[in-house]
Design a protein around this ligand. Structure first.
Ligand code: SF4
Length: 318
């Protein structure tokens, strides 16, 4: 169990471990991720496991608008970097972020060729690969581990929930044991592993969330991303919401931040927090409309951690 003083010292004066603080120390500055849609699909869409996708998924909701009409990876990177330079003029370093769908779901030779295009871009210093835990065969992990000896590689694994009934309800197509196995096999090869957790899914409760947080604390994760469940157009959840809005108990900002804290308290201090939420374009969002921008989340979280007199790792038993 960590003390507040030790945590504040470790977390640069904050109550949780901010990825950007850590990367600035490690890398000497901020690293900006440039999203790429490389045209992958996923086994929950191409018929291998299902065709309708996870109940919450519409990749238009999760991808930047500048990717919608461009298929060429180099041009996507050029456009993304131009966008990032306008938004963050001081940023000089960029990672190619394979974000849309399952970016390890293809033949390994094809994967190598696709990653190589991004890594050949002169402004790109490494890659971030988002995927599902059941799309990580050993051969792919071996290749990524070898690649990581030459360039920066981060692997982002969609956990979404640690509770099997929640995963079943959202039609995810894999269980939590699959996630645990993928994270362990990736970490055993020395890969930097980020877990992606979606808070507010149907059937998730405080009890399942906390038992999930305890299970996450035992995994060799380097970083975590938190997202709030948002219902977006053209998803099964959107259909359910339209038919029976009362059947979905959506979180408000306060209860969402409390849920994030409930997880943070059990996570080891070593886990860096990369993200605290997401914003989907208004034309895609169905509900909830919090009317709150993402950049306000860190200050709100820090204030709530102080109010609750807690911090990341307070209940970590390691
Ligand atoms: S969330 Fe990921 S795994 Fe699920 S349907 Fe969408 S792309 Fe596939």
């Amino acid at each position: 169990m960590s003390t507040l003083e030790a945590s504040l010292a470790r977390f640069n004066g904050r109550r949780y471990h901010v990825y950007n603080d850590w990367i600035k120390l490690e890398h000497g500055g901020r690293l900006q991720k440039v999203s790429i849609d490389a045209g992958f699909t996923c086994p929950n869409r191409d018929g291998a496991l299902g065709v309708g996708g996870c109940s919450f998924c519409n990749n238009e909701g999760f991808s930047p608008s500048y990717l919608r009409d461009e298929r060429d990876i180099t041009r996507q990177i050029d456009t993304g970097i131009a966008f990032m330079r306008r938004r963050y003029p001081k940023t000089q370093s960029f990672l190619a972020y394979f974000q849309s769908y399952s970016n390890t779901y293809d033949d390994l030779d094809k994967l190598k060729a696709i990653y190589a295009v991004a890594l050949a871009h002169p402004a790109i210093e490494g890659i971030v690969i988002g995927t599902r835990p059941d799309c990580l065969p050993d051969a792919t992990l071996d290749y990524l581990a070898e690649l990581a000896t030459r360039t920066m590689v981060e692997l982002e694994i969609g956990i979404e929930s640690c509770a099997d009934d929640v995963l079943r309800e959202c039609l995810r197509g894999h269980d939590f044991a699959c996630t645990q196995d993928a994270i362990r096999r990736a970490a055993a090869r020395g890969l930097f592993v980020t877990g992606h957790l979606l808070l507010g899914l149907p059937l998730e409760t405080s009890a399942t969330l906390i038992s999930g947080a305890r299970a996450l604390a035992e995994l060799p994760l380097d970083a975590m991303k938190f997202h709030q469940l948002q219902i977006v157009r053209n998803t099964r959840l959107a259909n359910q919401y339209r038919a029976a809005p009362e059947s979905l108990a959506l979180l408000d900002p306060a209860s969402y931040l409390d849920a994030v804290i409930d997880v943070l308290e059990y996570l080891p201090p070593s886990i860096k927090i990369q993200r605290l939420g997401s914003e989907v374009p208004p034309d895609v969002l169905v509900s909830p409309d919090w009317g709150m921008r993402l950049h306000k989340f860190p200050a709100r979280l820090e204030a709530r951690l102080q109010q609750r007199d807690t911090w990341q790792g307070r209940l970590f038993a390691g």
